[in-house]
Design a protein around this ligand. Structure first.
Ligand code: ATP
Ligand code: MG
Ligand code: MG
Length: 353
């Protein structure tokens, strides 16, 4: 038993809460929004802002370990919580993933290939970066981007368009990335326990629509050597960070081999298939890791296609309910908005013996 504190109350927190409950833990969710997906399931809640130090203190007193469902948790809030209890995954992984420049530098220092990149600290820096990286390229905010928000594509190196893009993103600091000509995108969901043991799920192929993940398919259809490379790269990342918990590692498959796109120090949307395709899903695996339990069996026992239900997709629920071999997850969000993740389905396409 014990109490797991979760920072953020979205769908990832909701599914972590379910997994924690199955293992006999209580959860305590800290989330500023009153109406959040984790609300009906968590044993306790704090509804307060990230700058409410008294609320953070009381939260940290009430839990045994803190984890988070999103990588943009304010640093000051974590500093405060860490005075009273451990935060897992640790701060180093979080810091690296919060800043795209630090993230790329960290990956390259490990010897892992990424898109070519240059930091953009001001308007003149953009010209220098464009000259170094060339077009086409993608300009991204260094911090806070998600679901493809906070990025603009530059099809050529025209300075006026580039400056307009920078202004659109709210100015520097940004990162300019060379456009990777990838064959496909895959991700590895990897877990590391405090004793250093590492377990990775089979990589999945990811397809996006409008910058948002739409489908994840396992198996990913890549040759065995690509799968092995992907898993070894993910393992190298979590090992070097002395990471504890589940991480999502997004990669590009290119003619020249794999490149790492970004890392997410948390359970990951592209790992939702594990709920239907492995004995121990990513949410339970994360709970096990941060609670100091042994990692579970992540062996894939089925072929699965995970489909996100985004915005109006929710209207398809009656049809989805009639499908065989389809596991439906709804996040309990009352308001439908375009681009909003309302739920997902896991379709088992083949069972393995
Ligand atoms: P997420 O919701 O996964 O956190 P994000 O907003 O952090 O997304 P990225 O993963 O960096 O953004 O980019 C979103 C998508 O844009 C990628 O999955 C990929 O399809 C495309 N993309 C990003 N960077 C590049 C690049 N350098 N070259 C080619 N395509 C890219
Ligand atoms: Mg991201
Ligand atoms: Mg991404």
């Amino acid at each position: 038993g014990g109490v797991i504190g979760i920072l953020g109350g979205g769908q990832l927190a909701r599914m972590l809460t379910i997994a924690a409950g199955r293992l006999g833990y209580h959860t305590h969710v800290f989330e500023p929004e009153e109406d959040c997906p984790a609300a009906p399931l968590t044993s306790a809640r704090t509804t307060a802002g990230w700058d409410d130090m008294a609320a953070l203190d009381a939260f940290a007193e009430a839990i045994d370990v803190a984890t988070y469902e999103f990588e943009n948790v304010p640093t000051a809030a974590l500093d405060r919580i860490e005075r009273r209890c451990a935060v897992l995954p640790g701060r180093h992984a979080l810091a690296v993933s919060q800043d795209r420049v630090d993230e790329k530098q960290f990956l390259n220092d490990l010897g892992l290939p990424t898109a070519s990149w240059a930091a953009v600290d001001d308007v003149p820096g953009l010209t220098t970066a464009l000259a170094a990286i060339g077009a086409p390229a993608i300009l991204k905010t260094r911090r806070m981007g998600y679901d493809g928000k906070g990025q603009v594509r530059l099809k050529d190196d025209a300075p006026a368009a580039a400056e307009a893009a920078l202004a659109e993103l709210g100015g520097a600091p940004c990162i300019l990335e060379g456009m990777v000509d990838f064959d496909s995108e895959i991700s590895v969901i990897v877990a590391r326990a405090g004793d250093g043991s590492v377990s990775a799920y089979d990589p999945g192929t990811n397809e996006h629509r409008g910058g948002i993940l739409r489908l994840t398919t396992v198996p990913c259809g890549q040759p065995e050597r690509v799968v092995t490379d992907a898993v070894l790269m993910a393992a190298k990342i979590v090992t070097s960070l002395e990471y504890v918990g589940v991480m999502g590692v997004e990669m590009f498959v290119t003619k020249g081999g794999l490149m790492v796109n970004e890392i997410a120090p948390r359970v990951h949307n592209s790992g939702h298939w594990t709920q239907a395709g492995a004995a121990v899903c990513q949410f339970e695996q994360h709970v096990r890791a941060i609670a100091g339990l042994p990692l579970g069996d992540g062996q894939r026992h089925a072929d699965v296609v995970m489909e996100n239900l985004i915005g109006d997709d929710i209207e398809r629920i009656p049809t989805l309910l009639a499908e065989r071999d389809t596991q439906i997850h709804l996040y309990g969000k009352s308001e439908v908005r375009p681009g909003r993740k309302m739920g997902h389905v896991n379709r088992v396409t083949r069972r393995r013996d």
